[in-house]
Design a protein. Structure first.
Length: 213
C-alpha cells in the first residue's frame, strides 16, 4: 500500500483502477448490454462529463490554492525562503494549472457537442426560439469558463513566465519588470477566482429545465 500512496503516479493509476472496478460492479448489477452501451452516445457523454469534472476540480483547486494560500502568504515569507516557492513549487503548480485548464476547456466543448447542446449553449438559447433556464445557465458558464481559460493561457502564464523567469527564458528582466508581470498575473488570477464562483453556479444550475419564456 505504501508503494502506491508514496508515488503520485501510482496513486493516480490506483484511483482509475478503483473507478474501473466500481464500473464493472455497476455493469454486473445493472445488467446492461456492454456492447450496446459502448456504442451509445450517452455512455461516452458520461465519460466526457466525468473527465471534464476531474480536470475542472484540478484546475479550480489550484486556482483556489493560489488565491487562498500562495498569493496571501508570499509577502509573509522571509526573502531568503521565497525562492523555494518561486523556483520550485510555483512553476510545477503552474504546469498542472494551465494544462488542467486546457483539459477542462476542450472536454467541455466535446461534452457539449456529443450531447448536442453546444450551439444552443453558446448562443444562450437564442437558437431554440425560447429561453431555456438550463441552456442559458450552461451557456453563461461556458462563456465564463472560456474567459478564464483565455486568462490562464494568454495572460497569467506568459506573465508568470517572466515574473518567475521560468526555464531561465527571461534572465535580463529587471526586478521592477518582474514585479509588474507578477502583479498582472495576480490580478488576472484574482479575476478568475471571482469568475469561478458564478461559473460554478451556472454549471451546477445547468440541470434546470424550466422554460422561462
Amino acid at each position: 500500500m505504501a508503494a502506491i500512496l508514496t508515488n503520485v503516479r501510482n496513486t493516480i493509476i490506483a484511483g482509475f483502477v478503483l473507478a474501473l472496478v466500481i464500473f464493472i460492479i455497476f455493469l454486473a448489477i445493472s445488467g446492461y448490454n456492454v456492447t450496446e452501451m459502448l456504442r451509445g452516445e450517452q455512455f461516452w457523454g458520461f465519460v466526457l462529463r466525468w473527465l471534464h469534472v476531474l480536470f475542472g476540480v484540478l484546475w479550480i483547486g489550484l486556482l483556489y490554492y493560489f488565491n487562498f494560500v500562495q498569493i496571501p502568504m508570499m509577502p509573509k515569507i522571509p526573502d531568503d525562503q521565497k525562492p523555494a516557492v518561486s523556483k520550485f513549487i510555483a512553476p510545477e503548480a503552474l504546469w498542472y494549472f494551465r494544462w488542467s485548464a486546457m483539459g477542462t476547456f476542450v472536454l467541455g466543448i466535446l461534452l457539449a457537442l456529443i450531447n448536442h447542446y453546444f450551439l444552443d449553449a453558446i448562443t444562450l438559447g437564442a437558437t431554440q426560439g425560447f429561453v431555456s433556464a438550463g441552456t442559458t445557465l450552461i451557456g453563461i458558464g461556458m462563456w465564463l469558463g472560456t474567459i478564464m481559460w483565455f486568462n490562464v493561457w494568454f495572460v497569467i502564464w506568459p506573465n508568470q513566465q517572466r515574473a518567475l523567469n521560468i526555464d531561465n527564458k527571461f534572465p535580463d528582466l529587471s526586478k521592477d519588470q518582474k514585479a509588474a508581470h507578477g502583479r498582472t498575473a495576480m490580478l488576472f488570477s484574482r479575476t478568475n477566482f471571482m469568475l469561478s464562483i458564478p461559473m460554478l453556479f451556472c454549471m451546477v444550475g445547468g440541470g434546470i429545465n424550466a422554460n422561462l419564456g
